[in-house]
Write a protein that binds this ligand. Structure first.
Ligand code: AMP
Length: 546
């Protein structure tokens, strides 16, 4: 027997209408590249999103057509987030930090008809345009008076386009499985592949993101969105925060610690999300400027961190220096991205501060709405004992079923499980702990050594700013770990001091074969350690003891 409840499509326009009706005056604050603060609100953003929809109609952009952005976190980018998706087009957020050839590839692959770009990217756009004959127009995200001469065919001005059309527009109703946003994964090998989200997946994911044991967004929050709008829908923030009417603070391109601090203080931010490197730099700057800052002015209650493992040292410093909780998140572009979040359980009420940190270092518990399992080398399901190491597989309503245009072939098994390529343990409470990417695992004498765990421990050394561990070949043990260390500014650690520090913290057979000091470590366009480059550079070059 079927239930007798209404079935209305889950569409992003539901959220946008909600926030425009009930939280119209809640602020959307943006800082532009020059540092100028712009104040808008959900009401204005929603009205202008309707102008965006009318402008797209005028430009001849059809239902399902892709529209690209090359833009920082700003109110105009948010307008596109709502206007493009709610009107039935697909917003393709392009990561401007990708290599130029990759950007050309993905804009071409996505068949983007129009590219909306921030003025910071004029040079990039001029280089891209000759390689992208299918792009019909390039829309500069600025006022007519600021429109520079850009050497591209059909240069358009965003504000002029919006001024020429009406804000009257009724969001259309359509199938909730309709595509809404497109984001390409920035794999280190091969061409990027497109993840095509649907309205339904986006809404379900946003509900999970808002939940109390999720990122716990509420109308009382002011959220600093450091995670880029061009990376996996900024962890759902444009949608989940609109769902509850939280104030958004969009920092533009300046993400240095001082700029972040200024926004946190001025905009009374209660939550902020970004990758661990952001927090690493921020905490180092706080240390250096302790005497000059009045931290009591901050309203910050929680930081969320994902994309790479949040190191223990960072989690402890967030607790000790800021007096707040770091919520560790894990997921992938392919999973919308949230799969696990490190919120505490009732049993942690009585836990010691160190036990809480032990829990926070893990990547968190699976949120309800997706399913997770740990799989061994022969495909067997492994127990949640905190010891068994296997690959994480995931399935659910906001997990990919296939890449855009079928690239990569079949990516889920017959039961819908998607292999994440991440290797982990799951403890009896459900907390996942990532040990490695499958391709980064160090196979030593038939056992696996976790590069993430050694990196994490190395970061506890007072002179270590950043650390990376890669596998190097070994005649007896097959592979051994090599530790690369970027020291803190002004620090001069020795190899011996680092090895001695580690020797009391890890098993003897996990000890790095060698330590190499570097001036910096390479990162991918989404801030992850670029281990392929490190392996090429250091993987074979180190003399290995027999
Ligand atoms: P992306 O699709 O660019 O978001 O990258 C997803 C990958 O980032 C995952 O498969 C993990 O390898 C890594 N990742 C994401 N969050 C974390 C985390 N909290 N700890 C460790 N690795 C992470």
């Amino acid at each position: 027997m079927l239930g007798l409840m209404q079935q209305r499509p889950l569409l992003i326009s539901n959220i946008v209408d909600y926030v425009a009706t009930w939280h119209a005056k809640t602020e959307i604050v943006s800082r532009d590249p020059q540092g100028v603060i712009h104040r808008s609100n959900y009401g204005e953003v929603a009205t202008r999103a309707k102008r965006v929809a009318n402008a797209l109609v005028k430009l001849g952009v059809g239902h399902g057509d892709r529209v690209a952005t090359l833009a920082w976190n700003s109110w105009r980018h948010l307008e596109l987030y709502y206007g493009v998706t709610c009107s039935g087009r697909v917003l393709h957020t392009v990561n401007p930090r990708l290599f130029q050839e990759q950007i050309v590839y993905i804009i071409d692959h996505a068949d983007d008809g129009y590219v909306f770009f921030d003025l910071d990217f004029v040079g990039l756009v001029e280089q891209l345009a000759p390689h992208l004959p299918k792009v019909k127009g390039w829309v500069a995200l600025c006022d007519a008076r600021d429109l520079p001469a850009v050497k591209v065919g059909n240069l358009l001005c965003y504000e002029t386009l919006l001024a020429e059309v009406s804000p009257d527009y009724v969001w259309p109703q359509f199938d909730e499985n309709t595509a809404c946003t497109l984001c390409y994964t920035s794999g280190t090998t091969g061409n990027p592949k497109g993840v095509l989200y649907s309205h339904r997946s986006t809404l379900l994911h946003a509900f999970a993101a808002c939940a109390a044991d999720g990122m716990a967004f509420s109308a009382k929050d002011s959220i600093l969105v450091i995670v880029p709008l061009f990376h996996a829908n900024a962890w759902s923030i444009p949608f989940s925060c609109a769902m509850c009417g939280a104030k958004l603070v969009l920092p533009g391109p300046k993400l240095d610690p001082e700029s972040i601090y200024t926004l946190l203080e001025q905009e009374a931010c209660t939550k902020a999300g970004g990758i661990p490197t952001i927090w690493l730099n921020f905490l180092a700057w706080l240390d250096a400027n302790k005497g000059k800052l009045d931290l009591s002015k901050l309203k910050l209650k929680m930081i969320f961190s994902g994309g790479t493992a949040a190191p223990r040292a960072t989690i402890q410093k967030v607790r000790d220096d800021l007096g707040i909780f770091l919520l560790h998140a894990w997921g992938m572009t392919e999973t919308s991205p949230i799969v696990t979040l490190g919120s505490p359980l009732a049993k942690h009420e009585n836990a010691t501060p160190d036990e809480i940190v032990d829990m926070q270092v893990k990547q968190g518990r699976q949120v309800c709405g997706v399913e997770l399992k740990l799989v061994g080398k022969d495909g067997e399901t492994l127990p949640h004992d905190g010891q068994s190491i296997g690959e994480l597989k995931v399935r659910g309503n906001w997990v990919i079923s296939g890449y855009f245009k079928g690239e990569g072939g079949k990516v889920v098994d017959d039961d819908g499980w998607f292999g994440t390529g991440d290797v982990a343990t799951i403890d009896p409470d459900g907390y996942v702990q990532l040990t490695d990417r499958l391709k980064d695992v160090i196979k030593s004498g038939g056992e696996w050594i976790s590069s993430i765990e050694i990196e994490n421990l190395a970061l506890l050394h007072p002179d270590v700013f950043e650390a990376a561990v890669i596998a190097i070949p070994h005649p007896t043990w097959q592979e051994r770990p090599l530790l690369l260390v970027h020291p803190k500014p002004g620090a001069n650690p020795t190899k011996e001091s680092i090895l001695e520090f580690l020797s009391t913290r890890i098993a003897k057979w996990w000890m790095p074969e060698d330590v190499v000091f570097v001036e910096s470590l390479p990162h991918t366009a989404t801030g992850k350690l670029l281990k392929t480059e490190l392996r090429t550079k250091y993987g074979g070059a180190v003399a290995v003891k027999g």
